[in-house]
Design a protein around this ligand. Sequence first.
Ligand code: 4AD
Ligand code: MG
Length: 481
Amino acid sequence: MIRTRIKELLNSTAYGEEVTVKGWVKTFRNNQFLAVNDGSSISNIQVVVDFEHTDEQILKRLTTGAAVAIKGVLVASLGKGQRVEVKASAIEILGDSDPEKFPLQPKKHSLEFLREIAHLRFRTNTFNAVFKVRNALSFAVHRFFNERGFIYMHTPIITGSDAEGAGEMFKVSTLDFDHLPRLEDGTVNYKEDFFGKPTNLTVSGQLEGELAALAFGNIYTFGPTFRAENSNTTRHLAEFWMIEPEMAFYELQDNMDLAEELLKYVIRYALDNCTEEIEFLKNRLVEEEKSKPQQERSELDLIAKLNFCLENDFERLTYTEAIAILKRSKPNQKKQFKYLIEDWGADLQSEHERYLVEKHFKKPVILTDYPADIKAFYMRMNEPDEQGRKTVRAMDILFPGIGEIVGGSQREERYDKLVQRMEEMHIPTKDMDWFLDTRRYGSVPHSGFGLGFERLVLFITGMTNIRDVIPFPRTPKNAAF
Ligand code: 4AD
Ligand code: MG
């Protein structure tokens, strides 16, 4: 028995047609009105149950969460809020749901609570919308790059190198923890643990991506990456997805242009293709804003905010210029931004980033040419400035409400300078010949960046916690299932 998806029925005008609906019961009112959802739409279809001719046992089993198959006729609805409904002729219960144990109530649940019930979280309107937008964005990313001739390159998850040199890696082990090899002093020998070699989960596919770019020209990766940083924030995950394009013959300007074009393309795509979901998420936010004091409410709704991003060029300036702006700024009355930066050379904290984006420029910002000391080893070194300060050709894109959404750079393509930099930063070059070969045989200027996929989904859905835009969040406190 082939089913018709509810989304299709809700848009249908084929009154009188016999249809089959399969899905899950949302509510059952007055022994008569059954709201069924099959995941295809945020909206439910109303099924009118002929209770006089329906087995009493079946009526009792029409509980929230139960799976049902319904045969009936599509009719125009007289009820408010829906155009069509299904007049049921046969109801079959496919899977019961015990009302005594079912954890969701008809009332609204907190997002924190829903995270604890992974299965039912997917059945809520909010997560239906969020994960549909996530799906559409993932498709849009692939479409963007494929339209431009980029090759999707699968880079490894298990690797022996630390692409960021930040030491935030999860070790991979083939060891049986009950029989760990011990050193002489009795401590565990973690050094040789992947069939005899030290390995970790990748923090970034960039280094492998560089090899591919210097052969294919333009490539991108899009896969899970892992960071063993103990950050319990609304912007960090231990496992997140990253999109990393890498382009031969691109300099920093070209890199910025591509990143801005990509971001605008995927926002446009979501607005055009997820209208039902984004409208729902916008209204959800409007409701949420109502609980805030007037002056803290956002001036723009979600859709206006997304359109605003599309209509304006991102502001581009150097780190040094940004520091000058921050130094001139004064902490505001509400102490919302305690941003006064100490000195040139310090890394920007999220309050600094938010000040630049939300208060000063009021639009997305691309910061370039950061101090070399606070950036990764592979970034191309600039000539020292008049004061002899060292900067690299880095670029970070900062978004309102998010902070850093993209991090990238032009790469150091000069072999001697790269090796010198690695040595200065204590990056072992011993096992890196596979990477350094790119600088030995036909090295060219090249650039790339990493876009944090969840931060993108966060921005476009207007959700506030990154855990609520990934189906199974992995954070220091949550990795059980
Ligand atoms: O700035 P990051 O660390 O840059 C890299 O990994 C480079 N290898 C990218 C490249 O040039 N190919 O990370 C890039 C982006 C950040 O801007 C942020 O959006 C996201 O990845 N990100 C995280 N997202 C969620 N949770 C975390 N713990 C994240 N760490 C970085
Ligand atoms: Mg970064």
